[in-house]
Design a protein around this ligand. Structure first.
Ligand code: ATP
Ligand code: MG
Length: 239
């Protein structure tokens, strides 16, 4: 069962039994093993490709919960115009709210400065007891790059990786990169029902006044329209 953190658990955080903030409470039974999935991304906006990949990981790997964690200031998108952390966090919350096994977390959005996955995973590794296994879920494009990320060795030592198929990206390329890496990545490759969509594609559609129906949950497209994200042309774009 997934329980979100409550105030009265403060002492147990100090004892290292539970996590803090909006991260899920896991690891209570020392004789049990818990599996926590972490789906990182810019999520500008979150879309059904992210949700399908996470759902597949949840089922195939027997995860207890998947935490969707919008990046604060994504290290590799510093030169790009990215929506505010608040908007991306709210859309992530809206997209995940109907799934009891999905959570949205502000863990990265609330951290100052540029966010690096290695720091996030190391903090989480220290926060949770050893009977909580961490699984960092990525698509085929991200897993191929991960060997080049800052402190890739720390990423490898703090979490297992899940590499999901993604149309347009070759998982074999990712496999080759991982195999050639000097670091001991533990990767599970995952076949995900193909959705050839990206946040960039959704942003382009909004700009062109086209619908996002069936590409992202309705509350997300409603939020985009209401808040005029991605250059919504008033009166044109309808969810
Ligand atoms: P952008 O076009 O802005 O780069 P994106 O769709 O690639 O957006 P990100 O937030 O960059 O979304 O990706 C977060 C994670 O989700 C990455 O690990 C990425 O590989 C994965 N992902 C994104 N879209 C899909 C998809 N359609 N199928 C499988 N995985 C995906
Ligand atoms: Mg991307």
């Amino acid at each position: 069962m997934v329980v979100t953190f409550a105030e009265e658990e403060v002492d147990r955080v100090a004892e290292g039994v539970v996590a803090e903030g909006d991260l899920p409470l896991l690891g209570q039974d020392p004789h049990a093993t818990y599996r926590l999935g972490i789906m990182g991304g810019t999520f500008d906006p979150i879309h059904n490709g992210h949700l399908v990949a996470a759902e597949q990981a949840l089922g195939d790997l027997g995860l207890d919960v998947v935490v969707f964690m919008p990046a604060g200031r994504p290290a590799f998108k510093l030169d790009k115009n990215v929506s505010s952390g608040e908007d991306r966090d709210t859309m992530t919350l809206l997209a995940t709210s109907d799934n009891p096994h999905f959570l949205a977390s502000r863990f990265e959005v609330d951290r100052e400065g540029v966010t690096y996955t290695a720091d996030t995973l190391e903090l989480m590794r220290r926060m949770y007891p050893d009977n909580v296994e961490l699984y960092f879920i990525t698509g085929a494009d991200a897993i191929a790059d991960i060997v080049h990320w800052r402190d890739a060795d720390r990423v490898a030592s703090c979490a297992r990786l899940v590499g999901a198929t993604r149309p347009g990206y070759d998982l074999d390329h990712a496999r080759a990169n991982i195999a050639a890496s000097p670091f001991a990545f533990d990767v599970t490759y995952l076949e995900v029902p193909a959705l050839a969509i990206s946040s960039s594609y959704l942003r382009d559609r909004v700009r062109a006044g086209q619908s996002l129906r069936y590409l992202t949950p309705e509350p997300v497209s409603g939020y985009i329209q209401k808040h005029g994200l991605y250059g919504v042309r008033h009166g044109r774009y309808e969810s």
